[in-house]
Design a binder for this molecule. Sequence first.
Ligand code: URA
Length: 452
Amino acid sequence: MRPYDLIKKKRDGIELSEEELTFFITKYLSNEIPEHQMSAFLMAVYFSGMSDAETTTLTNLMLSSGSRVDLSDISAPRVDKHSTGGVGDKTSIILAPLMAAMNVKVPMIAGRGLGHTGGTIDKLESIPNFRTNLSIEEFKKNVKDIGLAIISPTDKIAPADQRLYALRDMTATVESIPLIAASIMSKKLSEGIAGLVLDIKFGKGAFMKTVSDARRLAGIMVNIGNSMGVKTVAVITDMNQPLGKTIGNGLEIKECISALRGKMPDDLKELVLTLGAWMVYVADCVTEEVQISKLPEHVVIKYKSELMDFIEKGDAFKKFVEFIDAQHGDPEVAFKPNMISSAGKVKQVKVAGKGYIQALDAEKAGIAAMLLGAGRRLDSAGRQKAEDEIDHSAGIVLNKRVGDYISPDEPIAMFHYNDATYIKEAEDEFLSGVQLGEIPPDRRALIIDVII
Ligand code: URA
C-alpha cells in the first residue's frame, strides 16, 4: 500500500476500506507518513467526503490512538457536552459546574480555538495559574471528588485529534462533516462518559453553514455515540450572531462568572438551560433506561427551572470555585473577576447609519476578535502562531444585538486590545457584518431541533 494511492483514491471519491484507512492513520501517527501527505489527504476528504462506515472507522482509529479513561467505579451519572464550534460560545464553562452541583459528573476533554471560533481551553487559560494539562490520575480524581474536570487532549487521550486538529486549522480543512464528527467523537468517547449532548451549530459563525448540513453532522455523530454505548443527543442551534455579550477569552470568563451568579443575556440563558435540560435527560436516561424519542416540553420546562434553582442558590458558583482551585487556578478570580487581566486599550466601534440591526455576522465578529489578538492568527507563511501568542485579554464586548435599534452616536461594540497592528482590519471586518434596516427583523429561533 502506498500513501500516494490512497490520497488519489480519496481525491477521486472512492471509498477506502478499513484496512486502507488504518494504514494511513497509523503510519501518520508513527511519523512514517509526512505532514504534507496528511494535508493532501485531509483536503481530499474535505472535497470528497466520507461514507458513514469510513467516518466510524476514522473515529475508532483516532479513539484507539490513545487510551480511554476508566470511570466505571463512579456510580453517579457521567455526562458531557460538546459544541461543533461557535463565536462567544462559553456554555461549557457554565454547564460543567452546574451539572456537578446537581451530582452529575462531567469529565470534559475540550479543544482550543479553531479558525474564527473560540475554544474552552484558551478561555480557561485566562484564569491566572489555571492548568488544563492535568495528568489522567488528577483528571479522574477531580471528577470523583468535585464532579468535574476540563482538560486539553493529551499524548495519552486522543493524540491523533491533537495533531489533526492543528493541521486542519492550518490547511483550511476544518469545515468537513466526517473530520468534525471523528474529531469530536474520538475525544468524547475517550472520556469514560455514559451520556453526551452535542450542540451542532449552523449559520454564519458555524462550520456548518446550513441547517441541512448541521442535521447530517448531527445524525452521524448521534449514531456513532449510540453505537458505542454512549447515550447521545444532538441539539441544532443557530450561530448566525455571536452568543452572549462577549467574544475573547478573559472577557468570556468574566461573562461566565456573572452567568454563574444568575445574570445572563437571554440567548446565553436559553442555550445553557436547553443543553442543561438534555444533559439531565441523558444522565437520567443512563440510570433509568428511559426510552423516549422526544423529551416532552413540560419535562424540559421542569428541568430548566431546576437548573435555574441550582444557579440561583449559588451551588453552581460554589462548584466553579472548587473547580478553579482543583485545576491550580486562583479561586479568588470568581469573587474578583478583575483579577483576569484586562486589555490596555478600549475602542468604541460605531456604525455609519441608523436603524434596526438585521444581522451581526458571527464569523466576521470572530475574525475581528482574532485580529485583535484573541485567537491564533496564521503568520505570513501560513504557519499557526504558538499558543502563548494568544492575548487572553483581547476581544469584543457587544453593546447591541440583532433586533436592537442603533444610531451613529452609540457604540455597537467595544474592542479590547493591546496590539493595534490590525485594529483597522478588525473594525472593517466587524462592521462589514452589520446590516441595518428600517423595521425590526423577524425574531429567529435559537434552538432549531433535537436529534436523538
Ligand atoms: N470541535 C472539535 O473538537 N473538533 C472539530 O473538528 C470542530 C470543533
